[in-house]
Design a protein around this ligand. Structure first.
Ligand SMILES: [Zn+2]
Ligand SMILES: [Zn+2]
Ligand SMILES: [Zn+2]
Ligand SMILES: [Zn+2]
Length: 383
């Protein structure tokens, strides 16, 4: 305060100096401030450097992460391929699974069918077994009945056996008695044998006498037979071929008026459509000598080596082949060659047969020969 009061110039100077001082002070304060700012800027720079470092580190880390990312991308592609492969496999396995499911369902159906059939069979078996069981039961009851019957009959037989044993002992006694009687009878027999010897001798003598008489009888019979044959064998007709008197069998043509042949000339030629009547015994009836006795026959043409008359033999009941003998006095009596040739009579002796060689058609049921056209039959003579 003293400076300001001493001089006005100096006042001016003092004013100037004050201004400078103020300015200096201001500058100083600015400097301080700038220093402070500088420090702050330095710290900012430092902090920015550290930021740059961290950013550089970040950049570096980002670059490495990009690399990593690329690696991961490639790995991702590989993994995607793998995933696709797995998906394909899964599809395939799904298809297979479906097929297997279908098979399984069909197998299940089949199994169900089999189970049904099995059940049905079991039921059938049950029914059959029950039936068989019933039958077995019935049989066993019937067998038991039979056993009871057999037991009762056995008891009866046992009683009978005892009775028979008693009878047997009685019979044994009787046998002893009978044996004694047999001894007596044997002794009697020996005596009778002697008597029989004597009677045998007598018997031999009588036998010789009987033989002599038998020889005589046979001679007489032969004589009578010859006589009969001579009487019966001679026919009242002569053969139109050899002209001799017919002896034995006479064949009279049934379609000619008066034509006869003997058995020797039977094979000689005659009309092919004429049929002969075979006459074994003499026929004495003048009425028929000059008459054709048989009606016209209708012949059936056949192979002559194997003729079948389509007629059955009334004796042997076989088909008549070759020659057919038809009875002239019966409507329905036929004979084959073999049956006709027997030496004894198989039919009425007074009937006469027609000898048919070729098959003929005979429609009428009437007798072919007149009933009076019959032989005389001698009754066998009795001595
Ligand atoms: Zn003759
Ligand atoms: Zn003739
Ligand atoms: Zn007859
Ligand atoms: Zn026969």
């Amino acid at each position: 305060m003293m400076k300001q009061t001493t001089s006005s110039n100096s006042n001016n100077n003092n004013n100037n100096n004050n201004k400078d001082l103020n300015e200096l002070n201001q500058l100083k304060s600015k400097y301080y401030e700038s220093e402070l700012e500088k420090d702050g800027l330095n710290t900012l720079v430092e902090s920015l450097k550290t930021k740059i470092r961290t950013l550089q580190q970040q950049i570096f880390s980002q670059e490495s992460s990009v690399q990593l990312n690329q690696d991961l991308e490639s790995q991702k592609e590989i993994l995607l391929e793998k995933v696709n492969n797995y998906k394909k496999r899964i599809n395939d396995s799904d298809l297979q699974l479906n097929i297997i499911k279908k098979e399984l369902s069909t197998l299940r159906e089949e199994n169900n069918d089999y189970i049904k059939k099995h059940n049905e069979l079991q039921q059938e078996n049950k029914i059959i077994l029950q039936k068989e069981l019933r039958q077995c039961n019935e049989q066993s009851t019937s067998i038991e009945d039979n056993i009871n019957e057999i037991k009762s009959s056995f008891e009866k037989l046992d009683a009978d056996y005892r009775v028979l044993q008693c009878k047997n002992s009685e019979l044994e006694l009787e046998i002893e008695n009978l044996q004694c009687e047999v001894k007596r009878l044997r002794e009697k027999c020996v005596l009778q044998y002697h008597e029989i010897d004597e009677s045998n001798k007598l018997n031999d003598k009588l036998k010789g006498d009987i033989n002599d008489l038998h020889h005589l009888f046979i001679e007489q019979e032969r004589f009578l037979k010859k006589k009969n044959q001579q009487e019966n064998g001679m026919h009242q007709a002569s053969c139109n071929v050899c002209t001799k008197r017919i002896v034995g069998v006479r064949y009279k043509c049934g379609h000619c008026d008066n034509f006869d042949i003997c058995s020797n000339c039977e094979t000689s030629n005659h009309d092919r459509n004429h049929v002969f009547i075979k006459i074994k015994r003499q026929i004495i009836n003048d009425r028929f000598v000059n008459n054709a006795l048989l009606p016209e026959f209708q012949f059936i043409e056949q192979n002559e080596q194997d003729i079948d008359h389509k007629v059955i033999c009334s004796v042997c009941h076989k088909k008549i082949r070759g020659v057919r003998y038809k009875c002239g006095h019966c409507a329905k009596f036929e004979m084959c060659v073999n049956c006709e040739a027997y030496p004894f009579n198989l039919h009425d002796q007074t009937h006469v047969f027609i000898k048919i060689r070729r098959p003929v058609q005979i429609d009428s049921n009437e007798n072919l020969l007149p009933s009076e056209f019959r032989p005389i039959v001698n009754k066998p003579s009795i001595i």
